[in-house]
Design a protein around this ligand. Structure first.
Ligand code: HEM
Length: 117
């Protein structure tokens, strides 16, 4: 079970890489107001949701305690991220503030995941 959980943590991290990478590589474009929500960002956010839910189930099946408040907050933040990226996925240019918000919320979730024990 430990190996399976660790495989899903790895997939979870690949999801972060895709979502945050899509943001970081467009910071210059964001400054010019020409950044867009790339497919990598949408698929990264979806990967976070699927692997996160799987991790909750796997940890509970393995009788490991899951911090429900922390997970609930991460889920709520991700739902906002996913909603924004999904709705604006076909727009060729996304407003600077909106694009920055997605990067900021993703970064906030990383710190919630790592600093909150
Ligand atoms: C942008 C969104 C998210 C980010 C950046 C993120 C980040 C992370 C990171 C860095 C870890 C590994 C560190 C650790 O073990 O605490 C992790 C683990 C985990 N994540 Fe996420 N996560 C996100 C969304 C979610 C969602 C939506 C769920 C569940 C619905 C979830 C559930 C979990 C679980 C169960 C673990 C296993 C470790 C634990 O007990 O906390 N994550 N996440």
């Amino acid at each position: 079970m430990d190996v399976l959980i660790n495989v899903f943590v790895a997939l979870h991290i690949i999801g972060i890489a895709s979502l945050l990478g899509g943001f970081l590589t467009q910071m210059k474009a964001m400054g010019a107001g020409t950044a867009r929500f790339s497919p990598a960002m949408l698929h990264g956010a979806l990967t976070m949701l699927v692997t996160g839910v799987a991790l909750v189930g796997l940890n509970q099946a393995d009788d490991q305690t899951v911090n429900n408040l922390k997970i609930g907050i991460k889920l709520a933040v991700l739902v906002v991220i996913l909603g924004l990226v999904y709705v604006k996925r076909d727009e060729e240019k996304v407003d600077k503030g909106l694009f920055a918000a997605v990067g900021g919320l993703t970064t906030a979730n990383i710190f919630i995941a790592t600093l909150w024990v």
